[in-house]
Design a protein around this ligand. Structure first.
Ligand code: SF4
Ligand code: SF4
Length: 373
């Protein structure tokens, strides 16, 4: 049976050891990191840097606890994420969100280079075929996957599987472009954007959000550079009118996430990847959006496991027990106590990610929750 270690967010004594950073430090001490990571071994601490307006990421104070614990175990950690916008801009986003070498005590690097096309094709599965895994994540021997648990417009729930899949894979490959990258999960077929002139109110949100400046409005009509477009779907998500869409299938997307996660994990030997899920600032949407809404669920705590399925299931089961927060999207959507909050917000069968991860042999549903004293 897999173990999932848990530290609750509630603080009942006013001392450092009882704070959430203090509890994370204690959890990491209890786990014996030297059983996973060798002396001087390079360890990627994979997180998500967020975006300029999405600040509810895994906070640097927690990342520092992770890197300090790894260093104490003799390993050589660094923080990494893959490029979602232009590489130098993305490093500046990390910096603005507090993640830099001074704050986390180790180098902060882009996993797939400044242009987001430094990657290696890895066999994936029946949905994706092959997928472009960030070269740093492909080559590094060990990894700690630090995931901010939250909702997601297409996946319903976003945790470690999504962090591995969307975060371990690049936006594009230098030869086969978006079709080998994240876009292959986001869309189907040629994935051409569909603009509905009747619905468009010319707010230009889509133009503003595009990381590649692909979208242009000329003579009252939307045009975009189909060749360069990454199929990231950000433009469609920020359209308030449903005037811009991209062909997709959310159920296929969820299965593709697990398939891509399997591809990313396939380059690691057993017991070389540890997962830390942060059930904090649980907001309704992805951290790559241009803004973060207020949390829909109160902070619950931090989970650690070496089993991807177990930690995702434990996270989901905790969210199911949680109450919706007032003055949040949950209240706007009339989510009630006892409801599956993320399902009610996004109407997605998000457990498909877990089912597919089990089918692909990525972990076990059978877990024991071990709570920190
Ligand atoms: S999907 Fe939209 S936002 Fe993303 S690269 Fe293409 S045009 Fe830009
Ligand atoms: S975001 Fe939607 S409504 Fe706004 S300009 Fe783009 S297509 Fe039109």
């Amino acid at each position: 049976m897999s173990k999932v270690y848990f530290a609750a967010a509630r603080v009942k004594k006013w001392k450092y050891a009882e704070s959430l950073p203090g509890k994370l430090e204690r959890l990491l001490k209890n786990i014996d990191l030297s059983g996973y990571f060798e002396s001087k071994e390079w360890v990627a601490v994979k997180t998500h840097f967020g975006s300029e307006g999405a600040h509810r990421i895994v906070r640097p104070v927690f990342l520092k606890k992770v890197t300090e614990s790894l260093k104490m175990a003799g390993a050589n950690p660094f923080i990494t994420d893959t490029v979602r916008i232009k590489g130098l801009d993305y490093l500046e986003v990390a910096n603005q969100n507090g993640i830099n070498q001074l704050s986390v005590g180790v180098p902060v690097i882009l996993g797939d280079g400044l242009y987001g096309n430094d990657n290696i094709m890895v066999t994936s599965g029946e949905i994706l075929g092959e997928i472009a895994v960030a070269s740093v994540i492909h080559d590094v021997p060990a990894m700690v996957v630090c995931s901010h648990v939250k909702g997601h417009i297409n996946a319903g729930y976003a945790g470690a599987i999504k962090n591995l899949a969307m975060g371990g894979v690049s936006s594009a490959h230098r030869h086969c472009g978006w079709k080998c990258g994240r876009g292959a999960m986001h869309t189907i077929g040629e994935g051409k954007l569909i603009w509905d002139e009747q619905k468009c109110t010319f707010c230009y949100n889509c133009e503003e959000i595009c990381p590649l400046d692909c979208i242009e409005f000329k003579d009252g009509a939307m045009t975009y550079d189909n060749e360069r477009c990454w199929r990231c779907g950000r433009c469609t998500r920020v359209c308030p009118e449903g005037g811009l869409t991209i062909p997709g299938d959310d159920e296929l997307f969820m299965k593709a996430l697990s398939e891509a996660a399997a591809a990313v994990l396939s380059t690691f030997k057993p017991r070389k990847v540890l997962y830390i899920n942060f059930l904090t600032e649980i907001q309704p949407e992805c951290d790559c959006m241009p803004a973060a809404d207020v949390p829909v669920i109160q902070d619950l705590g931090i989970l650690i496991s070496d089993d991807l399925v177990a930690i995702e299931l434990a996270s989901i089961e905790m969210l199911l027990e949680a109450k919706p927060l007032p003055a949040s999207l949950a209240e706007d959507e009339n989510v009630l106590n006892g409801d599956d909050i993320l399902a009610k917000l996004h109407h997605k069968p998000y457990r498909l990610q877990i089912d597919e991860a089990v089918r692909l042999g990525l972990g076990s549903r059978d877990y024991e929750l071990v709570e920190l004293d």
